[in-house]
Ligand binder design. Structure first.
Ligand SMILES: Cc1ncc(COP(=O)(O)O)c(C=O)c1O
Ligand SMILES: N[C@@H](CCOP(=O)(O)O)C(=O)O
Length: 477
């Protein structure tokens, strides 16, 4: 199967060819030429599978140029109960992504039991192994340039630390991340990890990643790779847990299910959209935003108006403080019927700092065919929801998951289970938990002193050339 660019001007490539890079050379994002499809017979077999078998089944369709035996080895080494066992003591870690029943028809999908306590570990651990496999095979090394608002960074660094053929340059915003999130990243002392703190917000960091990626000469010469969800492999790996959760809460493939997804960069919910395109019977995909509500505004009005850095708010669900959602372009490509020229036209406006109105392009009606709903949550909402979940369900959830639960509850339909994605563990967001519950969240073993460990990072202005200079200085360490 081949992958093409959302902007329609890059040559088709295989999975292995796009694995290490981020953006396509025309500035677009890679998507499958045609989504593979699982029919009723396939779903019936998949229903009996464990996480590793499901992962292999899904990935074998999406990464069909990797020999199945190699893929199986990678999947088996990645998805172990030992790796995904950092969550609540009463979780069933053998499920890798356990589903917790909150009440009849309402579930929490635990995605944050990996080493850095956020859903990013689900894909990033696989990416670490895939990168090593591909680089060893080709005899190459790579310089990963990434942007984080708090969780991608640590997940990537934990997945790549100590790998002999990978260096990581991770951009993070100066303000917003919690002390725990900062310490998770900045306390790593591995020589191949470089934390670059940018005087700006996450979108500034992501813009720099894209600018470097769009400098094709620099990208090629310095072997720049991507771990953000602009990398198709990230989103592909995130599809797996939608299948796993679906089978966990249904008895037959005639039963539709809805998912509520705390959203920022639109990667996680885009994985749900792709799972549905591949045949998973999803009723609604609920996009839950925080006060940075660009995506909610779009699904209500058809207007996509990314905010400026100055307009982007620092909130108590900081990992979602994002105003320019990368993966949204993948969804709009589908809405536009795969018309790369149209996507290019729309993103010309976005890249100029302007907005587009899908109604004016006669395309907004089509969005309804994809079953998205949306809503937003405020600081007061998430504190009340954390409190409610603790009292009613006996479960402490983090502020991002609370945004998802709050919005998900507003979109329940009779007879259709609602699965809310748990995108991080509460330990990462102590202040919000203390405000809601009057007590600190539990910490997984070994992390009690995290914030007092020595830290290593460099602070820089949000300038592409400054970041490039750091990469050049360390690109061959
Ligand atoms: C804890 C947490 N929740 C939700 C999100 C939003 O996910 P996405 O960016 O894939 O929409 C993020 C960041 O991506 C996150 O770190
Ligand atoms: N919320 C993310 C932002 C980056 O998202 P990604 O899924 O594109 O890597 C973070 O925590 O860093």
């Amino acid at each position: 199967m081949n992958y093409i660019s959302t902007r329609g001007q890059a040559p088709a490539q295989t999975f292995s060819q796009i694995l290490l890079g981020g953006l396509a050379p025309d500035g677009g994002l890679y998507v499958p030429e045609v989504y593979p499809h699982f029919g009723h017979d396939d779903l019936a077999v998949m229903r009996t599978m464990d996480y590793r078998e499901l992962a292999l089944t899904v990935l074998a369709r999406l990464a069909d140029d990797i020999p199945v035996a190699d893929l199986k080895d990678l999947v088996d080494r990645t998805y172990t109960a030992a790796t995904y066992s950092h969550g609540r003591a009463d979780s069933d870690f053998s499920q890798i992504t356990p589903v917790r029943r909150l009440e009849d028809g309402l579930y929490l999908l635990e995605l944050s039991n990996g080493p850095t306590l956020a859903f990013k570990d689900m894909a990033m651990q696989l990416l670490g192994n895939l990168f090593e496999y591909a680089l060893d095979k080709a005899g190459l090394d790579i310089n990963i340039l990434g942007a984080t608002s708090g969780d991608t960074g640590s997940a990537a660094e934990y997945a790549m630390r100590g790998k002999h053929n990978v260096r990581v340059f991770m951009l993070s915003p100066l303000e917003g991340m919690t002390r725990f999130q900062q310490a998770q990243m900045y306390s790593l002392q591995d020589a191949n990890i470089h934390n670059l703190v940018v005087r700006g917000v996450f979108d500034d960091c992501q813009d720099i990643v894209k600018a470097v990626s769009n400098d094709l000469e620099f990208k090629t010469y310095h072997r720049i790779g991507a771990v953000n969800s602009i990398n198709w492999a990230r989103v592909a790996a995130q599809c797996i847990y939608y299948f796993k959760a679906y089978f966990a809460v249904t008895g037959s493939d005639d039963q539709p299910v809805s998912f509520s997804v705390p959203s920022g960069n639109f990667g996680d919910v885009c994985a749900g959209h792709i799972a549905r395109q591949m045949g998973l019977p999803i009723a609604k995909l609920v996009v839950a935003t925080n006060e940075n509500d660009v995506l909610d505004e779009f699904f209500r009005t058809g207007v996509y108006r990314p905010r400026t850095s100055a307009e982007t708010l620092h909130t108590s669900s900081p990992s979602m403080d994002i105003s320019k959602a990368s993966n949204f372009e993948r969804f709009i490509f589908d809405v536009a019927g795969g018309d790369g020229d149209k996507v290019r036209e729309l993103w010309r406006a976005v890249d100029r700092g302007s907005a587009f109105d899908l109604k004016a392009h006669g395309l907004f009606d089509r969005v309804a065919d994809y079953g998205f709903e949306s809503g937003k949550s405020s600081h007061a909402d998430r504190i009340a929801t954390i409190r409610m979940a603790a009292e009613r369900y006996g479960t402490v959830i983090d502020p991002h998951t609370a945004d998802g639960l709050k919005v998900g509850l507003a979109h329940r339909e009779p007879g259709i289970p609602m699965i809310c994605l748990e995108t991080a563990l509460p330990a990462k967001f102590e202040d919000a938990i203390v405000e809601a519950l009057g007590r600190a969240p539990e910490r997984p073993a070994g992390l009690a002193e995290l914030e007092s460990l020595p830290q290593r990072y460099e602070v820089l202005d949000p300038e592409v050339e400054a970041i490039k200079a750091v990469i050049v200085a360390h690109a061959n360490d």
